[in-house]
Design a protein around this ligand. Sequence first.
Ligand code: SF4
Length: 342
Amino acid sequence: MRTTVELNAGSKTFASGLLPDLIAALRRSRKGDLVAVISSDPDIGPELEAWCRFTRNSLVDIAIEEGRTRWVLRYGEAPENVGEDRPVGSRLWLYTNFDCNLSCDYCCVRSSPTAPRRALGVERVRRIAIEAAELGVSEIFVTGGEPFMLPDIGEIVAACATAAPTTVLTNGMLFGGVGLATLRALPRGRVTLQISLDSPTPERHDSHRGKGAWTRAWRGIERARAEGFRVRLAATVSTDAEAEEFRGFLDSHQISEENRVVRRIALRGSATQGIALARADLVPEVTITAEGVFWHPVGAEDNDLLVSREIFPLANSFAAVRRAIDREFDHQRRLAKIFNCA
Ligand code: SF4
């Protein structure tokens, strides 16, 4: 990640002179600039994170490079207009089950074959879809774990698609047998399939997702396209270099901008490295799971992002998120940024 200022902390810690250097680095910066702090001592991380929260700067990236840790913080508050194109309630996310045929090492909600199924259920989804249409939701996103593990996923997606254009997030590996029959019955004009592919070749994708996952995902992409679906490719990457490489791959396959998502690993769920995201760092996108209403899909089982245990009426859920964002921005007005999941 490119930054405006690079601060080499050497052996300094907060107890031995890092703080004046940090303040000096911010004085050389303008609001919104990115500042990198580089140190061979990873232990300064928790204090740096606490300092960022206290001073209303935001830690936006952590990376290990050549044995040293590089923290990137953004200086200052959120721009006024962040997220204006995504007002609360325009996007609605549904976590349908949480169990998954994969157990990716960065999964933000710890899905896996052994994760207990926490199903939203088709009846609740039907009610959500009706109320969402009344509330003017313009896009619905259906995610799992892996949604195609559910026997009634066809009914669930069809219900959503009657309310708004619907995107199903999937690893694309279950489009055979019953999965294929389910796929074929979905309304193509209203449903987009967002399929995860993390790298141009199998090695990196499989290192996160398991041997053979890339090949099966690619087959799924080809099958979904052959069935006439709009397919969006979604890559989760660790570095800017990986993102750049994947964009080159997308360019070479003539994948348009609206059919691609490239985002960094979030330090949530199973991930041990990635971008640390607090609630105030995220433009809210109402997310419903069997456990309640959450601020954003990237932390849909984390208490700090829980807004309400009550889903219905949906209007109240949306109002609760709006009240929460008002409180958040009134009191803190710190960085909020779009973290693209779709
Ligand atoms: S990242 Fe997606 S495919 Fe991987 S375990 Fe989580 S839900 Fe499953």
